[in-house]
Design a binder for this molecule. Structure first.
Ligand SMILES: NC(=O)c1ccc[n+]([C@@H]2O[C@H](COP(=O)([O-])OP(=O)(O)OC[C@H]3O[C@@H](n4cnc5c(N)ncnc54)[C@H](O)[C@@H]3O)[C@@H](O)[C@H]2O)c1
Length: 369
């Protein structure tokens, strides 16, 4: 609960229940976006376009210069006096983009904790493992509101799938969620109005109308009752995509091993109304899908009996597929070294798909033709 937020502060409330009677709409004006990379820069530009007084901060001065030049984003010299902090920093290890790490996010939180005014809103937009938002709230000494509003941003379709598209939002407390909804969506209405914690005598409709006169980002948001659901939603979305691609990879390898034309099989399968087999292309790319899938596997590993077996297998499939492609795309002569490498791939993948042991002989046939 936001128990340390002073009642004299503009966005005051003590507990979720009390806040429903006392939490007035907040006046959001000054916004700081922390992390101005691939995601943070379009976020900052969007926030500015919506009329907020927008500042940016990044540990890279190059990123700050670029944001100023391209988007007119003012450089923040300190972290005080902001109404909202939007965190878009990277959440992977510096030396390994596929491995999750939230150290940077926590160090930014530490700075906000020291410099921010009471009652400001911190929105984590970076992809994070479950439990991170509550940790951030603790580090802020319950002094600020915390929401998580993960992204579904897709660079190639920024108009339809950029900053403004249907997104999920969760708050550490009820009051955090309400302020988050006010800022993002422009309302405080929830899908689950009748379920806890929104089922007391507080009138959502009057609350909602009182919010409508305030400036917002105008993004349609899907609120959830626990912030962990918002955290898990993001990493499971990407884990699900990972599985779909891994299945296409495995099917491709199966086709190679059985002399079946993969594109023709795929076209035939996709004529069915509920089937959509993807193209495996170069393997599971970018850093978000592998990193976020790992985040979910690590999360599931905390409870040993639930550790995701299917995702672990999917990761093995992707590795085998990539090796196979690497060898196919590399040296085309019939040298012994190539045959040896194909043999290694065969050993690795035949353990999860026996028919793939035929790849070696098929590969040799193709090389001769
Ligand atoms: N790019 C996407 O398509 C996309 C989509 C959905 C979610 N995300 C998530 O958004 C987050 C950011 O991704 P991105 O693609 O923008 O990464 P990025 O590497 O392009 O940008 C991250 C920025 O954060 C800065 N940064 C890192 N640590 C910092 C710190 N401690 N203090 C200040 N600045 C710091 C870096 O200098 C960099 O400019 C990640 O969690 C990612 O998983 C990205």
């Amino acid at each position: 609960m936001c128990e340390n937020i002073e009642l004299s502060e503009p966005m005051h409330e003590r507990t979720g229940i009390v806040s429903r009677q006392r939490c007035p709409p907040a006046v959001f004006e000054k916004v700081l976006i922390v992390g101005l990379g691939q995601l943070g820069l379009p976020v900052a530009k969007y926030v500015k376009e919506k009329g907020f007084d927008t500042y940016g901060y990044d540990s890279s001065t190059k990123a700050m210069d670029r944001a100023e030049k391209i988007g007119g984003i003012k450089k923040a010299s300190n972290f005080s006096e902001f109404d909202i902090y939007i965190l878009c920093v990277s959440t992977h290890k510096v030396e390994d983009i596929f491995s999750p790490q939230i150290d940077g996010l926590l160090s930014i939180t530490d700075r906000i904790s020291r410099e921010a005014k009471n009652g400001a809103l911190v929105s984590i937009e970076s992809t994070i493992p479950d439990g991170t938002s509550s940790k951030v709230f603790e580090l802020l000494n319950h002094r600020l509101h915390v929401v998580h509003a993960p992204h579904r941003w897709y660079a190639l379709e920024e108009k339809e799938h950029g900053v403004n598209q249907l997104r999920v939002i969760g708050g550490v407390c009820d009051c955090c969620l309400r302020l988050g909804m006010q800022f993002y969506d422009g309302s405080s209405t929830c899908n689950n109005e009748k379920s806890e914690p929104y089922s007391d005598s507080f009138s959502l409709s009057s609350f909602s109308s009182s919010y409508s006169s305030f400036k917002s980002l105008g993004i349609p948001m899907h609120p959830v009752t626990k912030i962990e659901i918002a955290e898990i939603t993001k990493i499971v979305e990407n884990a699900h995509r990972y599985l779909q691609i891994a299945f296409a990879e495995e099917l491709y390898l199966y086709c190679q091993a059985n002399n079946i034309n993969f594109p023709e099989l795929r076209d035939a399968l996709n004529t069915k109304w509920n089937v959509n087999i993807l193209e495996p292309r170069d393997g599971i790319g970018g850093h978000c899908l592998p990193k976020d899938t790992k985040m979910f596997v690590q999360s599931s590993s905390r409870s040993k009996s639930i550790r995701s077996k299917i995702l672990t297998a999917a990761m093995e499939v992707d590795q085998s597929y990539r090796r196979y492609r690497q060898i196919r795309g590399g040296n085309n002569d019939c040298s012994n070294s190539l045959h040896t490498r194909v043999g290694i791939v065969e050993d690795e993948i035949s353990s999860f798909h026996p028919s793939l042991s035929q790849i070696n002989s098929l590969e040799n046939t193709e090389e001769r033709s």
